[in-house]
Write a protein that binds this ligand. Structure first.
Ligand SMILES: [Zn+2]
Length: 214
């Protein structure tokens, strides 16, 4: 995913989603409410607890990624977008926008909405890329945008890349997580670390010749 600087102008974005595959024709809006804590399903999740708002953002990211996973896998392109907070204290999904096989330009977000997180898919299994983990490009985008990123992989994994710590954590894995590619290529079931730092991702990528990044 390649982040794009958002444009701050004074009217609201009404709809950034018109790809025709989704049940909702406009960005989903739901009120933000204090909710009882849920357990992060990753047994190795960092100790730093998520705020109620971060947990709701995570739920929305999981929802929207679940909806676009199979389309992204079928077309082998990335889809991407944002989760924003509007002046009425409502969380809203912007996108998803279709990208390309190796990139996705995030939709514009308009002031006074505030971007809280980005999300994107990793398309279909592709031997040219490491689909099951966040890429160094993902870390770089988070470093520029300073908001968390959520990533869905063709193996059905959901990642959260924390913008404060620059640590990626697998929220859930192959079972009981996002829709996944079927039939499933064997490489998608190879175990991957559940926590990755930017430096670790750089080192992993350095060992892969002619790597394409998503
Ligand atoms: Zn990515």
């Amino acid at each position: 995913m390649r982040g794009r600087r958002h444009l701050w102008i004074t009217y609201l974005l009404l709809s950034a989603c018109d790809v025709g595959y989704f049940s909702q024709s406009s960005p989903e809006t739901r009120p933000f409410q204090e909710q009882p804590p849920i357990q992060d399903r990753s047994p190795t999740a960092p100790d730093r607890p998520l705020t109620d708002q971060q947990r709701e953002v995570l739920r929305m990211a999981a929802d929207v990624l679940s909806q676009i996973q199979l389309v992204s896998i079928k077309e082998n392109i990335e889809y991407c977008g944002y989760i924003v907070l509007n002046p009425d204290n409502m969380l809203k999904i912007i996108g998803p926008e279709p990208g390309s096989t190796f990139g996705c330009r995030t939709p514009l977000v308009y002031k006074p909405d505030v971007i809280l997180a980005s999300y994107h898919t990793h398309g279909r299994f592709d031997s040219r890329t490491l689909t099951e983990t966040p890429s160094s490009t993902d870390f770089q985008a988070v470093g520029v945008e300073h908001v968390d990123a959520f990533i869905g992989t063709p193996g059905g994994r959901l990642w959260r890349l924390d913008s404060l710590t620059l640590v990626a954590t697998m929220v859930c894995g192959r079972a009981d997580c996002l829709p996944r590619q079927t039939p499933t290529p064997r490489d998608l079931d190879r175990p991957v670390p559940r926590i990755l730092t930017q430096q670790e991702v750089f080192e992993i990528e350095r060992r892969v010749p002619d790597l394409k990044r998503r």
